[in-house]
Design a binder for this molecule. Structure first.
Ligand code: BGC
Length: 248
């Protein structure tokens, strides 16, 4: 039997921070998942305190992987599309390590979700070009070529017919613009077609809370690439964050 390797994964989303202990052999949670609202526009200190609150509920002192909705270069936050702009330039991994008193690896949230789907889920053993989209507060993207991540792709900010992709087809766009499933799927089709035309992926994996209801929209989507829902659904970010602790 393989000894279990455990790490804590934290996924900072637009509305909630989710955290769990993950068995890295299987990608399964060990025990409960904890969450707390994301103080997205509050001070950096407030968000760091929220991280401490969730992590303190997980027993043990396991290393932490942190999935964050930003471009991250060597642990430093470089963009903050849906967060307080005060994050830009801050060393998230160093600050979080100080607050949580343990090693922290910080990576982009979509890259984390993609790594999890590639290791344990829908994109496992898929060769060629795989594009993963997280459809939440924004649209996050993760691009893999033969299993290798091209980090920090930001195709959610692509202009699609004169409007940013994430303003058209994120989960938040559906709610804020009160789109029904047909209208939202129409927007997502535009985004998928544009991304396909530029990247020609073999597989596109859709993730995020909205994909918990695939029956509402999957048969309305059209794309030349194979299209599927991530098998880890909205847990992919947590699992991929925990997985990132093995990459240091
Ligand atoms: C951010 C990305 C992030 C995505 C999903 C976008 O607005 O720019 O870095 O991955 O939202 O959270």
């Amino acid at each position: 039997m393989t000894a279990s390797r455990l790490a804590i994964g934290i996924d900072v989303g637009g509305s909630s921070i989710k955290c769990a202990l993950v068995d890295l052999n299987t990608g399964a949670f060990v025990g409960e998942r904890f969450s707390t609202p994301t103080p997205a526009q509050d001070s950096t200190e407030t968000l760091l305190t929220a991280l401490k609150t969730v992590v303190s509920r997980v027993p043990g002192d396991h290393a932490v992987g942190l999935a964050f909705p930003s471009v991250l270069r060597h642990g430093t936050v470089r963009t903050a599309a849906n967060l307080n702009k005060a994050w830009i330039g801050k060393s998230l991994s160093a600050l979080a390590a100080e607050h949580l008193r343990r090693p922290v690896i910080a990576i982009n949230d979509a890259d984390a979700a993609g790594a999890a789907e590639l290791r344990y889920g829908a994109a496992r053993d898929v060769p060629g070009t795989v594009l993963l989209l997280t459809l939440g507060t924004g649209i996050g993207t993760a691009l893999f070529v033969d299993g290798k991540l091209v980090p920090n792709t930001e195709f959610g900010h692509l202009q699609v017919a004169g409007r940013e992709a994430e303003k058209r087809a994120s989960g938040r766009a559906k709610i804020d613009q009160n789109l029904n499933w047909d209208e939202w799927a129409e927007q997502l089709n535009l985004v998928l077609q544009e991304m396909h035309a530029l990247l020609w992926p073999d597989l596109i994996v859709l993730c995020g809370g909205i994909t918990e209801e695939p029956d509402k929209f999957m048969d309305k989507l059209h794309c030349e690439a194979r299209l599927c829902i991530g098998t880890l659904r909205s847990e992919a970010g947590i699992v991929g964050a925990a997985l990132a602790t093995t990459l240091s």
